[in-house]
Design a protein around this ligand. Structure first.
Ligand code: NAD
Length: 273
């Protein structure tokens, strides 16, 4: 380890169980010398294993919050500053949920209460978090906020459903808020666009296994794992990436810029034989 986050204070949202990307980020942030609090929705705390993670990370304090509530988000920020002893240097937003996906409602038949919920939980929560942080002046200069996204924001992946719209909105919030927070406090905000990853949220998308294999075969480096995504998050929280802001950063083994691969052509040719 490199002590990349030595002396830094953070908040990590969205660790549910060991497969969660946020879980791996927490383990690596701990190894890199950071102190942080953990947050998740109250219901996820009952179902998940966040207590185990907290114990592994120097008894990190857990502060529950529904990410759609400004009050609860403000409470996470205030309590985190109290517990950690100062302003926050890094934040991971690793939150996503779509009732339409969960209930297998087709994109073209969207239920709009569900649709609004998808936007609120998966995208507007980032805006609420940033607004609450700005009001409380909770993030230090050169602080770094990272949110996780998926390439369905740019290209069509039919089964991703309304999460594609939520991710597109979240990436836009990243640019817009990134501008304002950059000017005001030099706070930087980026999204990392991750390969398909076997987690509770990821596996909820129908056809996930076939799609995982397809992406793996298309990407020159193969799919990026949750661990390598955590590595990238750590580098984005570190001082080595200070001038990066308002970006959508692909972390996908080259998937986003590959048209077709020999591995896929071989696969398709086999099917014809
Ligand atoms: N798994 C993938 O294939 C993949 C690919 C690209 C991007 N992502 C994104 O990565 C992020 C993390 O997902 P993951 O794959 O680690 O799955 P995950 O299920 O482990 O994490 C999703 C988290 O969102 C939390 N959450 C849901 N509703 C919430 C609410 N109202 N308030 C607070 N928290 C809430 C859940 O409790 C859970 O901890 C998500 O934004 C997801 O869209 C995942």
């Amino acid at each position: 380890m490199y002590n990349l986050l030595k002396g830094k204070r953070g908040i990590i949202f969205g660790a549910l169980d060991e497969s969660s990307i946020a879980w791996k980020v927490a383990l690596q942030a701990h190894e890199e010398g950071a102190v942080f609090t953990l947050s998740n929705a109250p219901i996820a705390m009952r179902m998940g294993k966040i207590n185990e993670l907290a114990a592994t990370c120097n008894n990190a304090v857990i502060i529950p919050a529904d990410a759609t509530s400004m009050e609860e988000l403000a409470n996470v920020l205030t309590k985190s500053m109290e517990v950690l002893g100062g302003k926050i240097d890094f934040v991971l937003h690793s939150i996503g949920m779509s009732p339409n996906v969960r209930k297998k409602i087709h994109y073209t038949q969207s239920n709009y209460d569900n649709y609004m919920k998808s936007m609120d939980v998966s995208a507007i929560s980032l805006h609420k978090l940033l607004q609450a942080a700005m009001q409380l002046d909770a993030i230090s200069e050169w602080g770094s906020v990272v949110a996780l996204t998926y390439i369905a924001a740019q290209r069509v992946f039919p089964d991703y459903n309304d999460m594609a719209d939520a991710k597109a909105l979240m990436e836009s919030i990243t640019r817009s808020f990134g501008y304002h927070y950059g000017v005001k406090n030099k706070v930087r905000i980026n999204t990392i666009s991750q390969s398909p990853t076997r987690t509770t949220a990821g596996s909820g998308v129908s056809g996930f296994d076939a799609f995982f294999t397809y992406a793996d075969k298309l990407s020159p480096l193969g799919n990026a794992s949750a661990e390598s995504c955590a590595n990238y998050c750590i580098s984005m929280f570190s001082d080595l990436t200070r001038m990066v802001t308002m970006q959508n950063l692909f972390h996908d083994g080259g998937f986003s810029f590959t048209g077709v691969s020999e591995a896929l052509i071989e696969e398709m040719s086999k099917e014809k034989e």
